[in-house]
Design a protein around this ligand. Structure first.
Ligand code: ADP
Ligand code: MG
Length: 619
């Protein structure tokens, strides 16, 4: 800067309301975030009855009414200040905190991005207090008649931040998030009564009761006799809760919950511990129910992880993993539902009390289990086709196509046999030539009759397994584009793509970040013909987002499924004999040929016997 010239200072302090709105973004992302915070506050306030009211998927109203401690006039005003909390006083408290909230951010955040009405009364007061807040500004506070406890209504979320309001998803999607949060809190506190009312209709009414009752009331009566108790305690930690018997495992994730000190968490690592305890008992791609509570000294949990995040850090993850895995195995073993008792534990925790208890009647359990195991796996084998003796992978599928018993007699073609004649003859003498029906199904003759293959579902299965292999073993080759295209995405989509870059690479995409929300597409998977790389990736992204709201798949599973869904041969595509034969060959080389990744049948078989019966032969 040349001397002597006055330079205006350029740094401002943001006005409070803008600072609050920015900070609020971390805590309140959607209506469901407010649901979580308000429900947790009610629990922290010692409420025994908690009602949640929702209008328009929370976009219009999220209200929680509780019969907890209530607040004084001053506290009712204070609670909306940032860092206003009654839950910690000293930095030391942080390491012992057992309540849900403690940073004093939730109400301040809600008040920054919505219109809020609070009514609260302490049990020993005659009158309560009413407060109205808009955009972090107190509009009104006055005494009021109200029941003991607190009611907080959050109206018109993001009314003052239209850009964020536009980011909200469809009502169905937002409502799903709300129900998820509600369920998580309701499962964590079965001894409290909860209800959820949406647009005037009661969706849940949960009386206080045992954890088992709560699980059944929320997740379904069919779990009633299907829950196995998990309970192990040591000085270091306790694990308790329930896992579903293996035969209740579902094709979709969803009924899987971990709580650490009653706080819902997501942990791929601990999920793996449970899944490994179930391994061999359920087919891959199936997910058992679990609702597990881990309790340990808060000092062993990293509290620096933001409380709104569901990920959590522990002092020693390995111990936790081994302990959870052992607890679930132990539970399954005691209930005679485990095929083998193999405890491979970290020697460090072998000495933990709960793990050294002898298992009684181990032999009996083992033999009983083999039959349970067998009947269980059989029930999950390929349906429709009877392939006695073979394993569930249909490895012996070629047996389905026995030798052609009696070739069709054909007139020998005339001496001037054309190419067409030769094809004809081949088709006529080889009965295995498949036929396409309505450009949708492939009809293929097998020894015992014929099968009808759904071309799209079958191809989806083939691609799904191919892509899975690509991620775990052998990446798919990339076809480099002659003219790299740039792909400009919405910010949220760009985040999704960035997170998946390594996986996309393994699947054959060559993408490179290029500026803020832009990528350069240098290549696409060699086995996909695309004229339009951009459309291919956008299609993939759409499918990915659809699956993420519809099913709860992990990112990789979602990606693989989305790719398979998007690149599968569509209905209406004419197929040549070679293509059909390839589909048949590849389908039956799959590990699970009989269903599509989404669980639809890939083929149905028709047996000669049944056909004969249908034609009423011999009558
Ligand atoms: P935190 O829960 O982290 O303390 P919040 O912003 O969620 O922060 O709440 C601030 C304070 O307001 C709480 O510490 C509590 O004292 C009070 N409060 C909030 N909700 C309720 C309620 N439903 N009943 C009684 N007090 C409440
Ligand atoms: Mg709170």
């Amino acid at each position: 800067m040349p001397k002597g010239r006055q330079v205006a200072d350029i740094i401002n302090l943001l006005p409070d309301n803008i600072a609050n709105q920015i900070a609020a973004g971390e805590v309140i992302q959607r209506p469901a975030s407010a649901v979580k915070e308000l429900l947790e506050n009610a629990v922290d306030a010692g409420a025994t009855e908690i009602q949640l009211f929702i209008k328009d998927a929370g976009k219009e109203l999220v209200q929680v009414i509780d019969n907890g401690s209530g607040m004084s006039d001053t506290d009712a005003r204070m609670c909306f200040e940032r860092h206003a909390t009654s839950k910690i006083q000293t930095i030391d408290d942080l390491f012992h905190i057992r309540t849900m909230g403690f940073r004093g951010e939730a109400l301040a955040s809600i008040a920054a991005v919505a219109q809020v009405e609070l009514k609260s009364r302490k049990h020993n007061e005659e009158l309560g207090t009413f407060i109205e807040i808009d955009n972090s500004v107190v509009k009104r506070q006055e005494p009021c008649q109200t029941a003991p406890g607190t009611s907080i209504a959050m109206k018109n979320l993001f009314f003052n931040v239209p850009a964020r309001r536009n980011f909200l998803k469809s009502n169905a999607a937002e409502m799903r998030h709300i129900v998820d949060e509600f369920i998580r809190v309701a499962l964590a506190f079965p001894h409290l009564q909860f209800s959820l009312n949406s647009n005037g209709q009661e969706m849940f009414h949960l009386e206080k009761g045992s954890l088992k009752q709560r699980i059944v009331n929320i997740l379904g009566q069919h779990y009633n006799s299907k829950l196995v108790t998990v309970k192990e305690s040591t000085d270091y930690m306790n694990v308790s809760g329930f896992v579903g018997k293996p035969d209740t495992a579902k094709k979709t994730r969803g009924d899987q919950f971990f709580f650490v000190n009653n706080r819902f968490i997501k942990s791929g690592y601990l999920n793996h511990a449970v899944m490994s305890a179930f391994s061999e008992m359920i087919p891959s791609e199936n997910f058992p129910l679990y609702v597990l509570f881990i309790d340990l000294d808060p000092a062993h949990v990293d509290i620096n992880v933001h409380p709104t995040k569901q990920e959590i850090k522990f002092d020693d993850e390995k111990i936790l993993y081994a302990f959870v895995q052992a607890a679930v195995k132990h539970a399954l073993a005691q209930f005679n539902v485990t095929p083998a008792l193999d405890f491979e534990l970290d020697p460090g925790i072998q000495s933990l009390d709960a793990l050294t208890q002898p298992f009684t009647d181990q032999k009996k359990v083992q033999s009983a289990n083999t039959s349970i195991y067998r009947s269980f796996t059989q029930a999950n084998q390929a349906h429709m086709i009877d392939h006695s003796g073979s394993n569930s992978n249909l490895r012996n599928w070629k047996d389905l196509y026995g030798p052609v018993e009696k070739p069709l007699e054909m007139e020998a073609p005339s001496s001037t046999a054309s190419v067409i004649d030769e094809r004809w003859q081949e088709a006529a003498t080889d009965q295995k030539v498949p036929v396409q029906v309505h450009q949708q199904y492939i009809l293929s003759q097998i020894k015992s009759g014929y099968i009808l293959i759904d071309q799209r579902a079958a191809h989806e299965r083939i691609l799904y397994e191919r892509y899975q292999r690509a991620l775990s073993e052998k990446p798919i080759a990339t076809q480099q584009s002659l003219f790299p295209q740039t792909l400009e995405l919405l910010p949220a989509d760009a985040v999704v793509i960035s997170e998946m870059l390594p996986d996309l690479q393994a699947l054959g995409y060559d993408l490179e970040p290029f500026g803020m929300h832009t990528f350069v597409v240098r290549g696409t998977p060699a086995d996909i013909q695309t004229g339009n790389e951009q459309a291919s990736i956008e299609g993939l992204l759409e499918q990915f987002k659809h699956f993420s709201t519809e099913l709860k798949l992990n990112r990789r599973e979602n990606l693989v499924r989305s790719m398979a869904r998007n690149n599968a041969i569509p209905v209406g595509k004419p197929l040549g004999t070679r293509e059909m034969q390839n589909i048949i060959d590849e389908l039956f080389a799959c590990a699970t040929p009989n269903v599509s990744p989404g669980g639809r049948f890939t083929f149905i078989s028709f047996k000669l016997n049944d056909l004969e019966r249908m034609f009423d032969r011999g009558a």
